[in-house]
Design a protein around this ligand. Structure first.
Ligand code: UD1
Ligand code: CA
Length: 463
């Protein structure tokens, strides 16, 4: 039997107090709706229908930004007015085949484990409807599951419509359900909106079926927290931390040492070799790969970068789109902008910025330098304050430095320029393409020093 998934993503999310539609708010730097689409996709459905409404264009744009294989599965349905979750599902039904099973997911519930959804789908069997519930310590804000004396589902009542007695119920509606398309098509048009919010509640479907004596199955999830919906910023922060703690747990289980799993942030994927150590407050974005024995000290922000075995990254270093090979020592306060390759045993120290540069084996740039568009050989020493002047205000130019070069402190290399193998550039020298030299030469700029004897500095006139 074919499975189709409907994802509700039309609501405004009033309680977020934001101009951004709620489902586009991010968890681990990924829109909540994208998390839900990913989970849906993992179930191998024949189609995914996303219901959009509030700021539909923006939500559609996000869907259009997904990869082609995912987009091929997705159809968009417009819910022009947000008249409730039941109405929203109804808006997608004309695209759903009569004999399909339908899984309904909410775009504001991003962390639901795929295995649980899979279980939910399987538990429908030959029945009409199965709802996913959970037991919450603090059920405030959720629909409550009202069971009859036999323990079967009687109805689901929303917080705002519940009696004081019903509000005490701790079994809550997660919002997720699986149903036969034929049942949804028959019953959803019959929903009424005579409730406190004047909405067509999807949750009333269960009550309607129960009244007709039909079995509504209930699947109780083992864990409530992970099924938390996001309606407000505090709930967004709660779900974010939950995501991060789970990510941290997985890494620790695989052998990574985290100084504090509560101060760890992953916004993408992180692959680690053996015996890696990650200190507090590091952020990993995009796709980051660490080899064996890599140490990342506090406060580093690392994006789309690979770091080889036995490297040590000192605090507050910021990397993007770079390749660092083995035994590197980098930072503190180093910045790698996109496009660098650092060969084995490179050292990049504090306040050094590299961009689109290649640093050969054993090369060291210890302090306060800018290395942009530079091809640097092996065993080069870049003195403090060395600058590659790679930009003339309009164009970028390349600096080439051979092997075993020594660049003295406070030197400028005005690109395009080449410094040959074994050359020594004395401190404070400006090298340009007109600096004609051979391998192993000394290049030296010394402006004449002028002495003015017994010089009187200007004085401030006291008022
Ligand atoms: C809903 C459930 C509640 C459940 C809770 C779980 C109903 C009536 N209530 O309440 O029982 O405990 O989720 O998190 O279903 N949406 C639309 N169109 C609409 C209204 C909503 O697409 O007209 C979408 C929203 O974008 C959101 C989802 O449906 O992704 C849920 O809507 P929301 O308003 O957040 O419902 P809750 O009050 O949280
Ligand atoms: Ca919600």
């Amino acid at each position: 039997m074919a499975l189709e998934v409907i994802i509700l993503a039309a609501g405004k999310g009033k309680r977020m107090h934001s101009d951004l539609p709620k489902v586009l708010h991010k968890v681990a730097n990924k829109p909540m709706l994208e998390h839900v689409i990913d989970s849906a996709k993992a179930l191998n459905p024949s189609a995914i229908h996303v219901v959009v409404g509030h700021m539909a264009q923006k939500v559609e744009q996000m869907v259009q930004s997904l990869d082609e294989a995912t987009k091929a599965l997705i159809t968009i349905s417009l819910q022009e007015e947000q008249l409730g979750t039941g109405h929203a599902v109804n808006c997608a039904l004309d695209k759903v085949k009569d004999d399909s099973e339908v899984l309904v997911l909410y775009g504001d519930t991003p962390l639901t484990p795929v295995e649980l959804l899979d279980d939910l789908v399987k538990s429908l069997q030959d029945k009409e409807l199965c709802v996913l519930t959970a037991n919450a310590q603090n059920p405030f804000g959720y629909g409550r599951i009202v069971r009859n004396a036999k323990g079967n589902l009687d109805c689901i009542v929303e917080e705002k419509d519940a009696t004081d007695e019903q509000r005490k119920i701790t079994e809550i509606n997660t919002g997720m359900l699986v149903a036969r398309a034929s049942v949804l098509k028959e019953y959803l048009p019959k929903l009424k909106n005579n409730n406190s919010q004047g909405e067509y509640y999807l949750t009333d479907l269960s009550g309607m079926l129960a009244k007709e004596g039909k079995d509504v199955l209930i699947k109780v999830a083992p864990d409530f927290e992970i099924l938390s919906g996001v309606n407000s910023k505090p709930q967004l922060a709660f779900v974010e931390r939950l995501y991060q703690r789970r990510a941290a747990q997985k890494l620790m289980e695989a052998g990574v040492t985290l100084a504090d799993p509560n101060r760890f942030d992953l916004r993408g994927t992180l692959t680690c070799g053996k015996d890696c150590f990650i200190d507090i407050n590091c952020v990993f974005e995009g796709n980051v790969v660490l080899g064996d024995n890599v140490v990342i000290k506090a406060g580093c922000v690392i994006k789309d970068t690979s770091i080889g075995d036995d490297s040590v990254i000192s605090p507050y270093s910021v990397f993007e789109d770079s390749i660092i090979k083995r035994k590197a020592t980098i930072g503190p306060f180093a910045r790698l902008r996109p496009g660098n390759v650092l060969e084995d045993e490179v050292h990049v120290g504090n306040f050094v910025e590299c961009k689109k540069s290649h640093l050969g084996f054993g090369t060291k740039a210890g302090h306060l330098s800018y290395l942009g568009d530079a091809q640097i050989g092996r065993d080069v020493n870049i003195g403090a304050g060395t600058i590659t002047c790679n930009y003339d205000g309009a164009n970028k130019f390349k600096t080439v430095i051979g092997d075993d070069v020594f660049i003295g402190s406070d030197s400028q290399l005005v690109a395009p320029v080449e410094v040959k193998d074994g050359v020594t550039v004395a401190a404070g020298t400006t090298v340009t393409k007109r600096t004609v030299h051979s391998a192993k030469d000394l290049i030296l700029t010394r402006a004449q020093t002028v002495i003015v004897e017994k010089y009187e500095r200007p004085h401030k006139i006291k008022k």
